[in-house]
Design a protein around this ligand. Sequence first.
Ligand SMILES: *Cc1c(COP(=O)(O)O)cnc(C)c1O
Length: 375
Amino acid sequence: MHNLQMVDLKRQYHKIKNEIDTAVLNVIESTAFINGPDVNHFATELATYLGVKHVIPCANGTDALQIALMALGLKPGDEVITPSYTYIATVEVVALLRLTPVFVDVDADTFTMNIDSVKAAITPKTKAIIPVHLYGQSVDMAPLLELAKAHNIPVVEDNAQAIGGTYTFPDGHTVKTGSMGIIGCTSFFPSKNLGGYGDGGAIFTNDDALAETLKMIANHGQKTRYYHEMVGCNSRLDTIQAAILRIKLRKLDEYCTARRVAADYYDNAFKNNPKIVTPYRAPYSYHVFHQYTLQLKGVDRDALQQQLADRKIPSMIYYPVPSHKQNMLKEFNTAGLKLPVTDMLQDCVISLPIHTELTTEELHFITTNVLELVG
Ligand SMILES: *Cc1c(COP(=O)(O)O)cnc(C)c1O
């Protein structure tokens, strides 16, 4: 048995090694390390892929979210609605900008924000909503966008885990996740569905004026060199990363399919076990399985995780502490919030290896061991 990993980037690299090595060496030879031609080419190709007008590359997904909120011109104390059940970056940028995070619960089946909770959380101070397409599944965007529009609140999508995924509106038209809010954000962290070989991120929008502002903020608040209109930051995608991402973008659909095939295998293996709830696939979403996350019922999760580790099967808990209980946010007094689904999930979820290179043999090994240990 191959050494199992949550994400196997090495095997993936070896399949595209020639192409990648050539592209990287070309960048080095050109010495155009910063803002070389690959950066613009990648932005254009990604915009075409996503069906958006503008893609602004930046240094990582956290910066993408921060720059998005800065571009909306929010003021300290403005409220931003996010799920607590997410990777901390979604929430951290809110606190960093002195905005107030307002946490909503998620649905147990989809792991994504519950739209009724969002509705109940809106106040006159709500100035943005950040839906997170967690684990690769789209939030139910139609009712969310309708609600946001009725209250004139901008929606910023955190698409770090769902690039390549889609959402189908009730009228049947299908769009890519990240293209529905006023701004979409993503990460090219190596383990993400479209991952570079280092850090990277991008911001998407269809709004020309916002695109200008986003670009300015990512570039020290300047449009013309050395004339700084506003306080920004320094957030760039390296040319080497852009060159790698151009190659991997061409394979993204194939990579999403490979993840879905692995998820199908897991689903099928676990479907008759009453102690295992397999991830629900909402009919409106093309799930791209950034994570394959089970809910365990009546199983000692920590013991199972240890037993799996003993058999060299990695697993992860995403995430062991929900955002509202993180010490980072103690000034906001959110630890006592009642988010029953979030609290329930925190105790029962477990994620299994999922990536583009899993073989049937490996999936068989993982699933038979999980089933044997769960009983
Ligand atoms: C990975 C991730 C981010 C942050 O991306 P980085 O590139 O690591 O900064 C933000 N939100 C979610 C949901 C993520 O999974």
